[in-house]
Design a protein around this ligand. Sequence first.
Ligand SMILES: Cc1ncc(COP(=O)(O)O)c(C=O)c1O
Length: 390
Amino acid sequence: MSSVARAGAVVQVYFDNASTSYPKPEEVYRATLGALENLGGNPGRAGHRKSLEAARAVLEARETVARLFNIEDTSRLIFTLNATTALNMALKGLLSAGDHLVTTSMEHNSLMRPIHGLEQNGVEVEVVQCDIEGRLDPGALINALKPRTRLIAVIHASNVVGTINPIAEIGKHARTRGIPLLVDAAQTAGSLPIDVEADCVDLLACSGHKGLLGPQGTGLLYIKEGIELEPLIEGGTGSSSEDLAQPSLFPDRYESGTLNTPGVVGLGAGVKYILEAGLEKIRGREVKLTTLLLEGLNAIEGVEVYGPPKAEERMPVVSFTAKGMDPASIGQRLDDEFGIMTRVGLHCSPAAHKTIGTFPEGTVRVSMGYFNTGDEVEYFLDSLDSMLKR
Ligand SMILES: Cc1ncc(COP(=O)(O)O)c(C=O)c1O
């Protein structure tokens, strides 16, 4: 029995970090609560001290987050509610009838649903098929490009099986052809290095509440200079108020309405924590945990694991099924009997499940984060093994 189970207290193992990370670093709790308690003003709206203090804190968070992605002009980093909002802003702001879009068969519904809507309105969509482990062949993606291709949209890593796509390689091809690249980095930001300059990323969409360790209700969209997006939301920005038209000034053009100041400040604290810990250390820990998990799962009779066999090729997101038991029952019993929280079903990614052959039943997904431990992985493996043997 692992030390997790021996500890005596009620066992709770959180393995749903791909959905939203938990716990957050202490610094994030303190910064978020501190903003709620002390930064009472509306940032960028007034000249009084509370508004200015809030604006300064938001600017500081923007600069910290920009540093992680090597975003030089920090005003091009837009705070959003989540990755879904960022993806919608990019897709609907850029594409119109007659445009051609190339994407992959591993995308999340946060991209698949808006592009389905765009398709109904005359955008031509080409979905490049990935292999059964979720791997994208960059050559197939390049072959799908047309003179009318207005955007390439690629998931950086799958939220179902963790498979990592070579965005820098795709970015270089896209840049040579003058086609913008949109990267959905919801599963990789905060773990893998992303350099918008070196990787030739034109639009970067991320959650703030997953690997970036910020509170829920945070996300971001980076818009490279020269990319023109029609704003999805228009309204009050605190700037150019005399003008009825939406201002062209960044980030105001895309940040109408009062910002989630406590969330943004918390996100800044999460990213500061990541910068101080170092991506290499975070990634190293995640690879170690994933190796342990993959080895253990492969050793349990009747368990089938999906995705690349090596931990280095994937994020700490592992999907599996077990012979004779449906994913929903496994997830329920892991929670009820062992206090282990996983996610079951389609993970908002039916296209990815069709690609890996697990549609419509889906899988059990274990997704780990920096704060999970090897003991927790062992406890999970012992628990699953004993449950399946019963
Ligand atoms: C790959 C991917 N894209 C987009 C999203 C949507 O993220 P959010 O919940 O921040 O909107 C998720 C969430 O799981 C995801 O995994």
